[in-house]
Design a protein around this ligand. Structure first.
Ligand SMILES: Cc1cc2nc3c(=O)[nH]c(=O)nc-3n(C[C@H](O)[C@H](O)[C@H](O)COP(=O)(O)OP(=O)(O)OC[C@H]3O[C@@H](n4cnc5c(N)ncnc54)[C@H](O)[C@@H]3O)c2cc1C
Length: 425
C-alpha cells in the first residue's frame, strides 16, 4: 500500500486546489510544501480573477480573505515628466469579477480549509526528487525519506525542477521567462482610501508602461486593504540586452513621480523577486506521464496580455482538473499515461487551454519595443499639446494629432504595429 493515494508537491494555489478536490472526493492526499507555511514563499501581483475559485471551492467569496474588490482599472502611459491614464470605473458592481489578494494570508487560509476537508499538509518539506520505478513515478523523496503514492501532482511553481528532471520540461532560456520584483508598501486603510479615492472594500488595479527605458516590461499597482502592492515584470532577455537588473527597474518605477504620489511616506515592508513563464501556450511542456501530472505555473499556465496578468485562475482550475484526472485513475486502478491523458482532455475543454491557445501570440504582440518607448511618449506628446493653451496661435486639434504621428515616420510603424497587434491576438 502506498503512503497516499496522491502526493501533491507545493501548497500554492494549484496544489491546494488539487488537494481540496481530492480530499472532498474522500481520497488520501498529502501536500508537501517547502515553505514555513503555505503562502510564505508565494509571490503574486496580485489580482485574482474570481471565476475559478468560485467554481471550484464551495465557500462564499465573502468569507474568503480577499483584500479589496477591483472596481477601477487604469492603464497609464508614462513619459519623463507626464503621464496619460485610461480609466475604467465600474459602479454598482453586484458580483465582483476580480479581487486583490496577499498570498501569505490567502494561501494560509486556503490550506486550513483543505485540511478541514481531510488532506494532510506537511510544511518545511522540500521535495528533492521523485521515486521512479519501471518508468512510473511512485512518489517522492523528501528530507532523505521516501513517501509513496499512486499519483504525484507536481504543483511546485515556475521553477519546477522535478518536471525538468523527468524530462517533461526544458530548462528556461532568457526569452522564455520574465523576472518580476514586488514590493509591499504600508499606508493604512484610511490613507489608501483617500489617495486612491476609494471606499469600503473597493480596490484599484493599475498597469503602467513607459518607464523602463526600452526594456520590455511594465509595472503594476494594486490596492490591498492596509498596504499597496507595487511591482515590475520584465523579459529576462531584454534586461540582459539593456544591462539592467530587475532591482534597477523596480527603483526607477518606485521613485517615478506617477508612482510616488500614491506611496509617498509609506514604508516598504516587503520586497521579493520571482519568475513567470513568459511564452504561455508555446511553453507548455508535456504535463502527464506514468503516475504523474503537472499543474499551475509548473505547467506554464500563465498569460500576460498588456494590463492583464493571469496565472492564479489557471492554477486553481488546472489543480482541480489534475485532481479529477487522478481520481479517474484511482477508480480504474490504472496510473499509466494512457489513463492520465484524460487530464489533457479536461484542460482542452476548460478555459485554461482555450484562453492560452486563443492568446498564444500575445507574447509576440507585446514584444514590440515601441510599446515601451515611442508609443507612451507619443501619447503623452499628443495629450500635452492638445491641452496646451498659452495665448499663442493654436494649431487645429487634428493637425496636432497627425503631425505627431507623422513625425519620424511613426505612421508607417503605427499602422503596421496596429495590424500586427490585432492579427496576433
Ligand atoms: C510579480 C508577479 C505578479 C503576478 N500577478 C498576477 C496577477 O495579478 N494575477 C494572476 O492571476 N497571476 C499573477 N501572477 C502569476 C501567479 O502568481 C501564478 O501564476 C500563481 O501563483 C501560480 O500558482 P502555482 O500554485 O502554480 O505556483 P506557486 O504559487 O508558485 O506555488 C508553488 C508552491 O510550491 C512550493 N514548492 C516549490 N518547490 C517545492 C519543492 N521542491 N517541494 C515542496 N514545495 C515546493 C513553493 O514554496 C510554493 O508554495 C503574478 C506572478 C508574479 C511573479
Amino acid at each position: 500500500m502506498p503512503d497516499a493515494d496522491v502526493i501533491v508537491v507545493g501548497a500554492g494555489l494549484a496544489g491546494l486546489s488539487a488537494a481540496y478536490r481530492l480530499a472532498k472526493l474522500g481520497r488520501n492526499v498529502i501536500v508537501l510544501e517547502r515553505g514555513e507555511y503555505p503562502g510564505s514563499k508565494n509571490v503574486t501581483g496580485g489580482r485574482m480573477y474570481l471565476h475559478a475559485i468560485k467554481k471550484n471551492i464551495d465557500i462564499p467569496i465573502s468569507e474568503m480573505p480577499f483584500e479589496r474588490f477591483v472596481v477601477r482599472e487604469c492603464i497609464t502611459f508614462l513619459d519623463q515628466s507626464s503621464s496619460v491614464t485610461l480609466e475604467l470605473n465600474n459602479y454598482n458592481v453586484s458580483e465582483p469579477m476580480s479581487a486583490t489578494v496577499l498570498r501569505a494570508r490567502f494561501d494560509r487560509w486556503f490550506s486550513e480549509r483543505v485540511e478541514e476537508r481531510g488532506a494532510t499538509i506537511i510544511t518545511k518539506a522540500k521535495v528533492d526528487d521523485l521515486i521512479l520505478e519501471d518508468g512510473f513515478v511512485k512518489g517522492v523523496i523528501v528530507g532523505g525519506e521516501k513517501l509513496t503514492s499512486n499519483v504525484t501532482i507536481i504543483a511546485e511553481g515556475v521553477n519546477s525542477f522535478l518536471a525538468e528532471k523527468l524530462g517533461l520540461r526544458k530548462s528556461f532560456v532568457p526569452e522564455s521567462v520574465t523576472v518580476a520584483a514586488k514590493g509591499i508598501v504600508e499606508l493604512g486603510e484610511e490613507e489608501i482610501n483617500k489617495r486612491f479615492n476609494l471606499k469600503d472594500k473597493e480596490g484599484v488595479a493599475h498597469a503602467i508602461i513607459g518607464f523602463t527605458n526600452g526594456v520590455h516590461g511594465g509595472g503594476f499597482i494594486y490596492t490591498d486593504r492596509e498596504v499597496v502592492s507595487i511591482g515590475v515584470v520584465c523579459l529576462l532577455k531584454s534586461l540582459v540586452e539593456h544591462g539592467k537588473s530587475i532591482a534597477d527597474i523596480f527603483e526607477d518605477f518606485r521613485l517615478h513621480p506617477a508612482v510616488q504620489r500614491y506611496i509617498e511616506g509609506g514604508k516598504l515592508v516587503e520586497y521579493s523577486g520571482h519568475l513567470t513563464p513568459e511564452l504561455g501556450y508555446n511553453m507548455i511542456p508535456k504535463i502527464y506521464s506514468n503516475g504523474v501530472l503537472i499543474a499551475g505555473d509548473a505547467a506554464g499556465f500563465f498569460l500576460e496580455g498588456g494590463p492583464i496578468l493571469r496565472g492564479m485562475d489557471f492554477a486553481i482550475e488546472s489543480g482541480s482538473l489534475a485532481a479529477e484526472a487522478a481520481n479517474i485513475a484511482l477508480n480504474k486502478n490504472d496510473y499509466s499515461e494512457q489513463t492520465l491523458k484524460i487530464y489533457m482532455d479536461l484542460l482542452n475543454d476548460s478555459f485554461v487551454l482555450r484562453d492560452l491557445r486563443m492568446y498564444k501570440n500575445s507574447p509576440k504582440a507585446i514584444s514590440n519595443p515601441r510599446l515601451y518607448t515611442s508609443y507612451p511618449k507619443l501619447v503623452n506628446q499628443i495629450f500635452t499639446q492638445l491641452m496646451h493653451i498659452d495665448g499663442n496661435p493654436r494649431p487645429h486639434m487634428g493637425s496636432i494629432i497627425f503631425n505627431n504621428i507623422l513625425r519620424n515616420g511613426q505612421i508607417i510603424y503605427l499602422l503596421r504595429d496596429i495590424f500586427d497587434f490585432l492579427a496576433s491576438l
